[in-house]
Design a protein around this ligand. Structure first.
Ligand SMILES: Nc1ncnc2c1ncn2[C@@H]1O[C@H](COP(=O)(O)OP(=O)(O)OP(=O)(O)O)[C@@H](O)[C@H]1O
Ligand SMILES: [Mg+2]
Length: 321
């Protein structure tokens, strides 16, 4: 098993529930475990009936399970503040207002949350030394994954920029009299330094996700969820990231044979439909179905979380595969 385990899937399929159940399993097996949630609804707090924030804190009743909740809005704010600071250093005061307006706009673009969250993901991955396992509730989506191919593009671009800088530094030196030091050198260039840093961050993320992360997708037994899952498996694969397994959540429990009446008939029909979906997944999907989880009578927390964890059956080991 790798250090980072990511659970993805469409809204509401049970990512938070399954991530929490898996983190519970890891911690119970003695692994120092961190569960990272990015849910603005703070549903991890509901699962454990405890408030969490941006700093990892130990879950009551556990000695090796910590949770941190990344607030996507805060992440976006920090991200934009960082850009604002960086730009402010580089441009004239008159441009700063214009930049502020652009940044406000960028704040509201659909990709801003994803990009900011991804930056926080990378930070967490960089500082995960003290944990045996880090479980991410929500894996990067198509848009974020595209960022992973950025280093290649940035690589060429930075290369060309550096060449230009070097040439102008050369010219400057030739034109300069005596042995005066050139004022600009590509080594100290703050813009290039920033681009390099960004490129390295994405390189690190790509490498870590490919070499030290395992992806699982959570799904429900309905057509929409099957389609969505197929697409996610594809888009992850396009980025060189394999899905280790699928988790089917919210299967309808079957009534006993002797039970009759409308309710029992309804349940039987549902169960039959869901069986077909499960068969489709087993027969046509590449990643194996590693767990099937029944629908519980109420929200999953407390004892129900332990019972879902028993259904989960994803092997928990500390070794690399
Ligand atoms: N097997 C189950 N039985 C009963 N309730 C469940 C089950 N799985 C999930 N739920 C409940 O369904 C709701 C949604 O589940 P969950 O929060 O895990 O989904 P999610 O994929 O994380 O959603 P979101 O996309 O909003 O983050 C929760 O109230 C959860 O307790
Ligand atoms: Mg969730």
């Amino acid at each position: 098993m790798r250090t980072f385990v990511l659970f993805g899937g469409k809204g509401g399929v049970g990512k938070t529930t399954v991530s929490a159940a898996y983190a519970h399993e890891c911690a119970t097996a003695g692994l120092e475990t961190l569960l990272v949630s990015t849910d603005p609804a703070h549903s991890t707090s509901d699962v454990f009936d405890q408030e969490f924030d941006d700093d990892p804190s130990l879950v009551d009743g556990y000695d090796s399970l910590s949770v941190m909740e990344i607030d996507p809005d805060e992440a976006v704010d920090e991200h934009l503040m960082e850009i604002r600071r960086a730009m402010g250093d580089q441009v004239s005061a008159s441009l700063v207002n214009e930049i502020d307006r652009q940044i406000e706009l960028a704040h509201r673009t659909p990709g801003a949350h994803e990009a900011a969250l991804f930056d926080r993901f990378i930070e967490v991955m960089r500082n995960a030394d003290e944990y045996d396992r880090v479980v991410f509730d929500t894996s990067p989506t198509g848009g974020t994954l595209r960022l992973l191919s950025l280093p290649e593009y940035l690589g060429g671009w930075i290369g060309r920029l550096v060449e230009k800088r070097e040439r102008s530094v050369d010219l400057y030196e030739k034109a300069a009299l005596g042995d005066r030091e050139p004022r600009r050198s590509r080594i100290g260039d703050p813009i290039i330094a920033r681009l390099r840093e960004r490129k390295e961050n994405f390189e690190f993320a790509g490498e870590t996700l490919r070499e030290d992360a395992t992806f699982y997708l959570v799904m429900n037994p309905d057509e929409l969820s099957l389609r969505e899952t197929r697409r996610s498996v594809e888009s992850l694969r396009e980025r060189g990231l394999g899905v280790e397994g699928l988790v089917m959540n919210r299967l309808t429990p079957e009534p006993e044979d002797h039970e009759e009446g409308r309710g029992a008939r309804f349940l039987r029909e549902r169960v039959a439909t869901e069986r077909e979906r499960v068969a489709t997944v087993r027969g046509e999907f590449d990643p194996p179905l590693v767990a099937t989880i029944r629908t519980r009578v109420s929200e999953v927390k407390g004892d129900l979380l332990r019972s879902v964890a028993d259904d989960l059956a994803i092997e928990v080991t500390a070794e690399q595969p």
